[in-house]
Design a binder for this molecule. Structure first.
Ligand SMILES: Nc1ncnc2c1ncn2[C@@H]1O[C@H](COP(=O)(O)OP(=O)(O)O)[C@@H](O)[C@H]1O
Ligand SMILES: [Mg+2]
Length: 233
């Protein structure tokens, strides 16, 4: 479903050229559960932003669900971002003045669905993340873990083929992080394709495959050993 070939992303910083990505080849299939790891500054977020069509490469080819993303117009890219990709960020990115329900309904506004249908789907997504009883709360009335679950519901509400999470547990304590990862594990078991950026080995261990990035290149790519059944979850 994802096929990157010879992807480069260069930034010009005055005289200097920063090679954020420097020749990346990567194939990710449907229902894979991939950890993207590597030190700070190695290019992980740049790669995620390209996968999510939030950004375009300097050169190389990116096929998403069989379509060459370079051939898409701005409108088509916006549509892909809205329909095919769900994004979860470290700092949640919820709208503070809106209720939980309105935050989750937001991505569906662009779909031309009647309000009742948007509401129904948003409630369903919130139930999937265990927050069906928090619809009218504001984000600041929730814990960090609950906020991140709202963000996951918002990412899922449009039924994207790909869920991307960039350091989703970076602002959470270890117990709450484990809850978010248990949620991702469940989504994976239900057929979701996930790519999770992290620099924490405990988080990466939830995934089935680890791709290691260093200096804008992929320097490792291996299946993860099977996890022991999580007793304390
Ligand atoms: N918009 C930008 N302009 C200039 N340099 C950038 C930009 N975005 C990222 N970089 C540089 O690209 C490299 C990779 O960054 P990033 O993808 O954010 O790494 P990571 O997420 O692994 O920490 C870093 O050297 C960073 O400074
Ligand atoms: Mg980053």
């Amino acid at each position: 479903m994802i096929e990157l070939s010879a992807i480069h992303k260069h930034y010009r910083m005055g005289e200097q050229e920063v090679r954020a990505l420097d020749g990346v080849d990567l194939v990710i299939g449907r229902n894979e559960y991939v950890a993207l790891v590597g030190p700070s500054g190695s290019g992980k977020s740049t790669l995620m932003n390209l996968l999510g069509c939030l950004d375009t490469p300097t050169s190389g080819r990116y096929l998403l669900n069989g379509r060459d993303t370079a051939q898409l117009t701005e409108d088509e890219l916006a549509r892909v971002r809205n329909r095919e990709v769900g994004f979860v960020f470290q700092s949640f990115h919820l709208l503070p003045r809106m209720s939980v329900l309105d935050n989750v309904m937001q991505p569906l506004v662009y779909r031309g669905l009647p309000r009742a249908e948007r509401r129904r789907r948003a409630i369903e997504a919130l139930e999937r993340v265990g927050l069906g009883n928090r619809l009218d709360h504001r984000p600041n009335q929730l814990s960090g873990g609950q906020r991140q679950r709202v963000a996951v519901a918002r990412a899922l509400v449009g039924e994207p083929s790909l869920l991307l999470a960039d350091e989703p547990t970076g602002n959470l304590d270890s117990r709450t992080s484990a809850e978010i990862m248990a949620l991702f594990d469940a989504l994976h078991a239900q057929g979701q394709t996930l790519v999770v950026v992290t620099h924490e080995p405990d988080i990466a261990a939830h995934c089935r495959r680890t791709v290691r990035v260093m200096d804008g290149r992929i320097v490792g790519d291996h299946p993860n050993p099977p996890r022991a059944a999580a007793g304390a979850a």
